[in-house]
Design a protein around this ligand. Structure first.
Ligand SMILES: Cc1cc2nc3c(=O)[nH]c(=O)nc-3n(C[C@H](O)[C@H](O)[C@H](O)COP(=O)(O)O)c2cc1C
Length: 200
């Protein structure tokens, strides 16, 4: 009897111990609303690289976004080489966290492919793709954030130059992706005063 109690006690202690460790290292939300509310801009990364498989999953999530008349006016540049990530960090003043990110994705808007050839649709559609990538990163236990290229001409030009992106393509953003240090937390932005029922 004593042996059984001892055994059960040990199992309980071990499961508490590993449960605590596990919950601290892998806080991956599973349902859609939890993913949406857990998403945050992650600016602190461990430096670990991100697998090609996960990068493809992120871009695939981007391509699942809605677009006007289903034109899908976008392309994605995936960057995983340390040298390129550091070069981007060098030229983008508000994307210095790239020096610790494991990879980056640049969402590019293609006005010529957009509905009615309009730049506005290209930007709106590609923005939907960008948000999908941010949410997918959260769902995979990765950290990410939107850093702006568009509409800043200087930043767009630097990104184009470094990544060989043609002039008629708009580099919308640079999304650093990596393993989070868990220093960044989601903000509660719910404001009842921003809701209008039925009329403004
Ligand atoms: C269009 C756009 C441009 C942004 N540009 C930058 C940027 O250049 N650098 C940066 O650190 N964060 C940037 N952010 C992230 C915002 O600062 C962040 O989303 C905002 O503070 C809200 O925080 P949250 O994402 O954690 O909810 C950008 C976000 C958007 C949507």
């Amino acid at each position: 009897m004593k042996k059984i109690i001892l055994f059960c006690g040990s199992v309980l202690l071990l499961s508490i111990f590993f449960g605590t460790i596990f919950s601290q290292t892998k806080k991956v939300p599973s349902d859609t609303l939890s993913v949406i509310h857990s998403r945050k801009s992650v600016r602190h990364f461990t430096g670990k690289s991100v697998s090609q498989q996960d990068l493809i999953k992120l871009v695939k999530a981007g391509m699942a976004a809605p677009t006007a008349v289903n034109m899908q006016p976008w392309s994605f540049v995936i960057i995983s080489e340390r040298k390129q990530l550091d070069a981007l960090a060098e030229v983008l003043p508000y994307a210095k966290m790239l020096d610790r990110a494991g990879a980056a994705i640049v969402v590019c808007a293609l006005p010529e492919k957009a509905f009615q050839g309009r730049i506005e649709f290209a930007i709106i559609d590609s923005t939907c793709a960008g948000e999908n990538i941010l949410l997918a990163a959260e769902a995979l236990g990765l950290g990410a954030l939107w850093t702006a290229a568009y509409p800043d001409q200087e930043r767009m030009s630097q990104v184009r130059k470094l990544l060989n992106i043609p002039e008629n393509i708009i580099p919308l953003n640079v999304i650093p992706v990596g393993y989070p240090t868990f220093e960044d937390k989601p903000k509660n932005k719910f404001k009842a005063e921003n809701i209008h029922w039925e009329k403004w």
